[in-house]
Design a binder for this molecule. Structure first.
Ligand SMILES: [Zn+2]
Ligand SMILES: [Zn+2]
Length: 281
């Protein structure tokens, strides 16, 4: 039995492999199943699923929703979503429009700072996929306005910086609701990015999300420490939540991170997929 990876991005959001490429790559790496979980979009799923069918490899239709949260960021994964569900499509359409309106506003802000950047340049950097701040950073570095991605974010693009524009997000409750409505299984992604003050605050949040219909926690994740993994596992057990995991692989080597194995430590059994399937029905 091969391993699984339930958190992957493609060119439909900010990954660099097309959905077909990542499916073929996963199979070549000996994995047994993957989930494609692009940010706020299901655009890559049809291609990924049909490539999976073609080469006889299991692909789970998924999504990763950015929900309203402060001070950190909250991402919610939805597994086995019905991509044709009207409410899901209506909500994702709203998020896409909000994103499309945000980007020209950020160009305007940069221009007002005396930075000569056009929306066409940012669009080009995105390679035809979803446009996001990393593409702004790419253009800023390319044109010499910043020396690195980090500097571009720190000086212009990060929350609170002069070219930052707030992005609309649904609340966690709303996000869990439309994932559930679309027959998906809602899972809290990488809890370590929530930046909760302490364990009890995190526990309260998870209890609250579970009441709203959350079904699982992404316990296994390359950026989680051993202590965090143990904590999240305990919380999952305490509140009857499923345990999932994934690498958040974006199709590029990042500090030795690869699909399925992370940095060598991730060996997630197929039984996780079976639990998700059981939770769905
Ligand atoms: Zn995420
Ligand atoms: Zn992700």
């Amino acid at each position: 039995m091969g391993y699984i990876d339930l958190h992957l991005h493609t060119t439909a959001s900010d990954g660099v492999m097309t959905p077909s490429e990542i499916v073929r790559y996963a199979k070549a790496k000996g994995l047994q199943a993957i989930a494609i979980t692009d940010h706020d979009t299901i655009e890559g799923l049809e291609e990924g699923l049909s490539e999976g069918k073609r080469i006889d490899f299991e692909v789970i239709p998924g999504i990763e929703i950015s929900a309203e949260h402060s001070p950190g960021s909250m991402h919610l994964l939805g597994f086995f979503i019905n991509t044709h569900h009207p409410l899901l499509n209506e909500r994702l359409g709203y998020l896409q429009r909000a994103r499309a309106e945000r980007n020209p506003k950020m160009v305007e802000k940069l221009n007002r700072l005396g930075i000569n950047v056009t929306y066409e340049e940012v669009l080009k950097a995105s390679g035809g996929g979803q446009v996001g701040r990393p593409h702004f950073a790419e253009v800023l570095v390319e044109k010499g306005y910043a020396r690195s991605f980090q500097e571009a974010f720190d000086r212009f693009l990060k929350k609170g910086a002069p070219a930052y524009e707030e992005k609309f997000r649904f609340t966690a409750k709303e996000s869990i609701h439309f994932i559930n409505e679309a027959k998906g299984v809602a899972v809290l992604a990488h809890p370590n990015t929530l930046n909760m003050k302490g364990y009890s605050e995190l526990e309260n949040l998870i209890l609250h999300l579970a009441k709203e219909g959350l079904k699982g926690i992404e316990v296994y994740y390359p950026e989680h420490s051993a202590v965090e993994v143990a904590q999240y596992k305990t919380l999952a057990e305490r509140y009857g939540l499923l345990v999932t995991g994934g690498t958040d692989y974006h199709g590029i080597e990042k500090n030795g991170l690869d699909i399925g194995i992370g940095r060598g430590e991730m060996k997630l059994p197929y039984s996780i997929v079976e639990s998700l399937k059981a939770a769905r029905s």
